[in-house]
Design a protein around this ligand. Structure first.
Ligand code: PLP
Length: 400
């Protein structure tokens, strides 16, 4: 029997702050009442600050996969050609979904250790003189590999060749943790969900949409009903939904938006960068390899770590769980058994991270994985370089 709080260090779902749990602990209200309309308006406009858009953000009761589907069925038509990049497991799944909808996917191959290359995308678009490619679809933070693609640079590449394709971006594991700018980067559909940087339970999917995406929806020939944006946007104007919304998740969402804005998005992003840098310092000190190869693409959200040859990542994760009551992320599909993933997102601060790294270091010893002791000290040195301000917003409020 394990004592104390479970250390959930998978890269989402991430721990839900107590402040958010308390905000959700509310009686159900009438979703057609004026009171609900106020809640609806507050979360719909609050989301715009987090996505950094002045356009609409649509909230579905769904997981991220549902929001992927909504992006596809509202903007594309069967037979349309799109450009996608094999950054890892989730990019591959999104590609498979697009193919099931009859989309003709040009899937740029990848090694699962790099992000989407802006220059490769530029070359493909430059060669597409007839503008057959209707959309570029990219995963911002590839959760299976801990690699973050440079969306701003991808947009600049698209602009350089003046290609009119839509830009669809999966921010399922990055929004609210990594710098992201829907309007500035002229993203047409930003897909996200509740259980990662938003620090909520699983259950909400998001589409932030541009004017261009909304115009594309008018000519899209995909069959759709539940996912139809226009059906949503009409009642959303007054804070309502065309069907029963996930009321108590929305109470939680309102609280999370307040927390993120109280801490300040820039500080939230900087905190994630510090925690990620400390994690990599520990991994490198242990003598293990970070899966991501390009420092410009290191993920602030998670670190995927390669196991030394002859050591199984899942056996190691099992030992950590059984001995130290901590869940680490597994390797997915191509890298199953070869990597484990350390989530350092959302409600995470210096001390929770150091606790997690301590559990990993002890787990490496317990599992007989060769490593150099002292990785936690290396992480402490990184965290000490900055003042003691990396507490999550919930703690700051208690102290004030
Ligand atoms: N895209 C990314 C980058 C993810 O990390 C995930 C889930 O972890 C998904 C898509 C699928 O989201 P969901 O499991 O919420 O449907």
């Amino acid at each position: 029997m394990q004592q104390g709080r479970h250390f959930l260090h998978i890269p989402g779902p991430s721990p839900v702050p107590d402040r958010v749990l308390r905000a959700m602990d509310m009686p159900i209200i009438d979703h057609r009442s004026a009171e609900f309309g106020e809640l609806g308006k507050a979360v719909l406009s609050g989301c715009q600050s987090i996505f950094k858009t002045s356009g609409p953000v649509i909230i579905f009761p769904s997981s991220g996969t549902g929001a992927w589907e909504a992006a596809i069925v509202n903007t594309l038509s069967p037979g349309d050609k799109v450009l996608m990049v094999e950054t890892g497991h989730f990019a591959t799944l999104w590609k498979q979904m697009a193919a099931r909808w009859g989309i003709d996917v040009d899937f740029l191959p990848g090694d699962w250790r790099h992000g989407a290359s802006p220059s490769d995308i530029e070359a493909k678009l430059a060669a597409d003189r007839a503008h057959a490619i209707k959309a570029v679809m990219v995963v911002h933070n590839e959760t299976s590999t801990g690699v973050t693609s440079r969306i701003g640079e991808i947009r600049a590449a698209m602009d350089r060749v003046a290609h009119p394709a839509l830009l669809l971006v999966d921010t399922i594991s990055s929004l609210g943790s990594a710098d992201y700018r829907h309007d500035e980067w002229k993203v047409d559909v930003t897909v996200s969900c509740s259980q990662k940087g938003f620090m909520l339970p699983p259950g909400l999917g998001f589409n932030a949409i541009s004017e261009k995406a909304r115009a594309a929806a008018k000519t899209s020939k995909m069959p759709r009903s539940y996912w139809d944006w226009e059906e949503m946007l009409k009642p959303n104007a007054n804070g309502f939904f065309p069907y029963t919304p996930a009321t108590n998740m929305l109470y939680g969402l309102r609280e999370v938006i307040s927390m993120l804005l109280e801490e300040g998005l820039d500080e939230v992003f900087a905190r994630h960068q510090r925690l990620a840098a400390a994690t990599r310092a520990a991994v490198q000190h242990w003598g293990l390899e970070v899966l991501c190869l390009d420092p410009a693409e290191y993920s602030p959200i998670l670190t995927a770590v390669l196991m030394p040859p002859g050591h199984d990542a899942d056996a190691f994760r099992k030992i950590v769980l059984e001995n130290y009551n901590m869940s680490l992320g597994s390797g997915l599909s191509k890298v199953a058994g070869k990597v484990f993933r350390i989530g350092h997102l959302g409600e995470c601060n210096a001390l929770t991270l150091l606790g997690a790294l301590t559990g990993i270091e002890m787990g490496l010893s317990a599992a007989g994985v060769p490593h150099r002791a002292g990785g936690v000290d290396a992480a402490m040195k990184v965290l000490e370089q900055r003042g003691p301000t990396n507490a999550p917003a919930s703690l700051k409020v208690i102290r004030n």
